[in-house]
Design a protein around this ligand. Structure first.
Ligand SMILES: *[C@@H]1O[C@H](CO)[C@@H](O)[C@H](O)[C@H]1NC(C)=O
Ligand SMILES: *[C@@H]1O[C@H](CO)[C@@H](O)[C@H](O)[C@H]1NC(C)=O
Length: 341
């Protein structure tokens, strides 16, 4: 309900393309779609399943903390703010036809960002989305910081409880922000499926990574970032809430006659998951100098006075070459990586 209130506010803001702030909200075009994962499968080409990637163009097969500097090695970013060379990625959505073949589902830009090729909308918040004051103090991520949210092997509700707020929205129209579900929507969604990835917001204050890319961060002791939950003593440092929104344009797959006869829904993740519980996202921090911290300290809501922006045309131009070189766009008999869902 609170998100609906904010969506109403965005309805006013978005068409003007005013970046909303210290609640930061900005679009990033796709930079590549390929089977790489330099966090979980660093150095491995190809990685097990397909990802859609945005951000700085230093994205590569290997991105070791010690030797890979996202800021120095990038010459452009697909994001609106030119000081953000971070990389963000998620799995890719496919439609499974009745004859068993798979087709990659395109992504679409949100209102106010029309023309952006694929990609996502990224948020960094000091307080809950609906809180226009954004007064709380948060500590921006440190150089080298990275994390993973979600688990690609999860396939049931009990497991999914390990994570909070990884959700699906069946969009009836551009403004739909509720309800949110933990599984793929069961009915066709006229305006597509929005997928939200909210990352943990408490940090141990020491490690920029951990072996499973999760243990150095934590959720609040109780509730969520939005409900103002306190960080646990083990992870006392309050981070900004990082939220990724991806809109999958399912329009061409919405004919119920093409859906499975058993009444199930036809969408699957590139990892082979047909439930939705395996949803996950990866983040490699790469903001230049202290630009993110400075911005968050500004506690503004509708302006980003300290940040530089670029046009959507420039965002679209910042792509990363395909280093895997495999067919991801035909009707495929198996998902990339020989995966069958
Ligand atoms: C990716 O890494 C390879 C090997 O280190 C390097 O030759 C190449 O230039 C890198 N690509 C980008 C886009 O940085
Ligand atoms: C499978 O179904 C899809 C969707 O109807 C169709 O486009 C494709 O050509 C079919 N492939 C085969 C091998 O029948």
């Amino acid at each position: 309900m609170k998100r609906t209130t904010f969506a109403a506010a965005l309805g006013v803001l978005a068409p003007l393309f005013v970046p909303a702030n210290a609640l930061l909200r900005f679009g990033c075009a796709k930079s590549s779609v390929q089977r790489l994962d330099p966090l979980v499968n660093n150095g491995q080409n190809p990685s097990p399943h397909l990802h859609q990637i945005i951000g700085g163009n230093s994205f590569n097969v290997s991105m070791d903390i010690a030797s890979h500097d996202l800021v120095k090695e990038s010459t452009c970013t697909s994001c609106q703010f030119t000081e953000d060379f971070s990389n963000y990625w998620t799995a890719v959505l496919f439609f499974k036809a009745k004859n068993g073949t798979y087709k990659r589902v395109p992504q679409r830009a949100q209102s106010g960002m029309e023309g952006t090729q694929g990609g996502m909308v990224v948020y960094y918040m000091s307080d809950a989305l609906f809180d226009t004051a954004q007064k709380s103090t948060v500590t921006a991520f440190k150089p080298g910081f990275r994390m993973l949210v979600g688990n690609v092997n999860y396939n049931n509700r009990e497991q999914a409880r390990d994570f909070r707020q990884l959700t699906y929205i069946c969009m009836q129209n551009e403004g739909t922000r509720a309800p949110e579900s933990l599984t793929f929507p069961k009915q066709p969604c006229p305006s597509g499926i929005m997928i939200n990835h909210r990352f943990p917001t408490c940090w141990d204050g020491k490690n920029v990574d951990s072996p499973n890319h999760q243990d150095h961060v934590s959720y609040p002791e109780t509730g969520t970032f939005e409900s103002g939950g306190k960080c646990p003593d083990t992870h006392p440092v309050r981070l900004p809430q990082l939220l990724l929104e991806t809109v999958w344009d399912t329009k061409t797959f919405n004919n119920k006659a093409d859906w499975p006869a058993d009444g199930s829904q036809p969408f699957v993740w590139s990892s082979g998951d047909a439930t939705g519980y395996a949803t996950h996202a990866d983040y490699l921090f790469g903001w230049k100098d202290d630009s993110l911290q400075k911005h968050l300290d500004g506690h503004t809501y509708v302006t980003a006075p300290t940040l530089k922006t670029q046009s959507i045309a420039q965002q679209n131009k910042c792509s990363v070459q395909d280093m895997v070189k495999e067919d991801i766009d035909s009707w495929l008999s198996k998902l990339p990586g020989d995966i069958v869902a």
